[in-house]
Design a protein around this ligand. Structure first.
Ligand code: FES
Ligand SMILES: [Fe+2]
Length: 325
């Protein structure tokens, strides 16, 4: 079987973006009363934490004269613009103007559905989330975990990198993984907002043994759970689209707490991270130079071809288009 397929749209094509949960900043970068700007969806947003401790993600530019709210201040349960002291609530509405003039009815910023999990502040590109934040099969309370920045900047869309997950050929060639099984094409769990499969194998160069369930959540989170050299390992790599063909990525690495002293668990997390960083280093020369263009695909590319279908039909929208500039 050989087929030629067209590429899924790039993020930001026709000003449409994948409707996914995206990591905006680390929770520990946002103490109570703090505000931070961040690039997302080809524009700018702010994350801020109100006096009660709730995090909010909103469009960054004030509807009065366009000051960046990232240089504003949190006052109780509002974010106050630095320029003329208009104040915005967590729902995005302006609750008062600094001058005392009545609030114009259209005076609002866009508020994204916001959640905190795994040490990250996440926001969903949509009025209402289409799916839940990704979890591991083990409750967080039973895990030892940490969150890091995996890569500050990639010059490509998250889904282009994440096509690797369904690209079994490259797992064998680039990452030297020998599968214990045939390619798992028949056993891939395709869902509207995720794809997952089971993979067992051995790295031919290092001898590391992997036994994973792994996949993609949305179009921007690499996810796996299983064992590395028989130790329980869970890993997530959520990407955020800064702009078209520009992204940043965090990593959440975890192991089961059971029976592990803190230093031992910490050392294990570092080993898992080193393993993942090695994989990223192997991918780097390719993903940093690729002009992604699916051309002649063959039989062993069929999972990848189906993932390209998943990507082509994945919901894209930009409800904040007027606000996030
Ligand atoms: S620009 Fe924000 S209050 Fe005037
Ligand atoms: Fe890879």
């Amino acid at each position: 079987m050989t087929s030629t397929v067209t590429a899924p749209p790039a993020e930001g094509d026709a000003n449409l973006w994948s409707q996914t949960w995206a990591p905006i900043c680390r929770s520990d970068e946002l103490p109570r009363g703090a505000v931070r700007g961040a690039e997302w969806l080809g524009g700018r947003v702010v994350a801020w934490r109100d006096a009660a401790g709730t995090a909010h993600v909103q469009s960054a530019f004030c509807p009065h004269l366009g000051a960046d709210l990232a240089v504003g201040q949190v006052v109780g349960d509002t974010l106050r613009c630095a320029f003329h002291h208009w104040e915005f609530g967590g729902d995005g509405r302006c609750v008062r103007t600094g001058s005392g003039d009545p609030v114009p009815p259209q005076a609002r910023v866009y508020r994204f559905p916001t959640a905190e999990r795994w040490g990250l502040v996440w926001a969903f590109n949509g009025d209402v989330p289409l799916y839940e934040l990704p979890e591991f099969p083990v409750p967080a309370a039973e895990l030892h975990w940490k969150t890091v920045v995996m890569a500050e900047h990639y010059a490509l869309d998250p889904w282009v990198f994440l096509c690797n997950t369904l690209d079994f050929n490259h797992l064998k060639v680039v990452h030297r993984l020998r599968f214990d099984q045939d390619d798992p094409d028949a056993d891939i769990d395709w869902q509207p907002h995720s794809v997952r499969y089971r993979l067992k194998g051995t790295r031919l160069d290092t001898g590391d043994r992997t036994d994973y369930r792994l996949g993609i959540v949305g179009t921007n989170v690499f996810w796996l759970t299983g064992t590395l050299n028989d130790r329980p390992m869970h890993f997530m790599m959520p990407f955020r689209s800064l702009a078209s063909r520009r992204s940043t990525a965090y990593g959440i690495v975890a192991t089961d707490r059971a029976g592990l002293a803190e230093p031992e668990a910490e050392a294990l997390l570092d080993r898992f991270l080193a393993f993942e960083h090695q994989i990223l280093r192997e991918d780097a020369p390719i993903v940093n130079t690729i002009r992604f263009r699916p051309g002649a695909l063959t039989r062993s590319d069929r999972a990848l071809a189906r993932f390209l279908d998943y990507l082509r039909t994945y919901p894209r929208a930009h409800p904040a288009a007027e606000y996030v500039i």
